[in-house]
Design a protein around this ligand. Structure first.
Ligand code: CA
Length: 225
């Protein structure tokens, strides 16, 4: 799951990023509204966390632009205490939920879980392919009822492959969806992470079929059948 945080209070933005990364989310952070809108249009996110007061372009305006562009990504607006108008305007502009600063991270995660579990967003509940399952909410990965421990990146990589089962994903698509927009990632890095993933989800199960299929010179896929 990839989340964009648009917040000009750098300390708060960094704290949110660290907390989200501990929960195995891939996080992009930007500090002004224009850059935020650019990323929403150019990248693909599962959730946007957007401050209402931002330099260059405020959160309400960004929210309207996003919805006008037909982008339905769940959006959580952050507002400063006392700015009641911001809440109302934010929801009117197409935000799905809002939170008043300061907030606890428990509250933040509760809201994120509620937003990404919403029924119109499919595939956000348990992902299952044959005997392999991945729960994006509890971060549990199991194969044949055996729990598998993955690093944050391995988890994101497997989640992306499972969400897009039966599709052949290029290494470029994988980089764009599993790493931050500003990370300088070589395709060989993707190969290394795929290998680590295979060491954990395939190697311990020698009697079972491999899970990840390599499409030579292009990318990878997980096939359901
Ligand atoms: Ca602000």
């Amino acid at each position: 799951m990839k989340i964009l945080v648009v917040e000009d209070e750098i300390k708060l933005a960094e704290a949110i990023k660290r907390a989200l990364e501990l929960h195995k989310y891939v996080v992009d952070v930007v500090y002004d509204g224009e850059k935020g809108l650019d990323l929403v249009i150019g990248e693909k996110y599962d959730l946007i966390i957007l401050d209402s007061m931002l330099p260059k372009m405020d959160g309400i305006e960004i929210c309207k632009e996003i919805r006008k562009a037909g982008i339905g990504t769940p959006l959580l607006m952050l507002t400063a205490r006392g700015q009641i108008d911001d809440k109302v305007n934010g929801l009117d502009a197409g935000a799905d939920d809002y939170m008043v600063k300061p907030f606890s991270f428990e509250e933040l995660f509760a809201r994120i879980r509620a937003l990404v579990r919403r029924p119109e967003k499919t595939n956000d509940t348990l992902l299952k392919i044959k005997d392999l399952s991945l729960d994006p909410i509890s971060f549990q990965v199991k194969r044949s009822d055996k729990t598998i421990y993955l690093s944050t990146r391995e988890f994101s990589l497997l989640e992306y492959l499972m969400k897009n089962k039966n599709k052949i994903l290029s290494k470029e698509q994988i980089v764009n969806n599993v790493w931050s927009y500003d990370a300088d990632i070589l395709f060989s890095t993707v190969e290394v992470h795929i290998k680590h993933l295979r060491d954990k989800i395939e190697a311990p199960f020698p009697d079972k079929d491999p899970v990840i299929k390599t499409v030579h010179g292009f990318g990878y896929t997980i096939e359901e059948n």
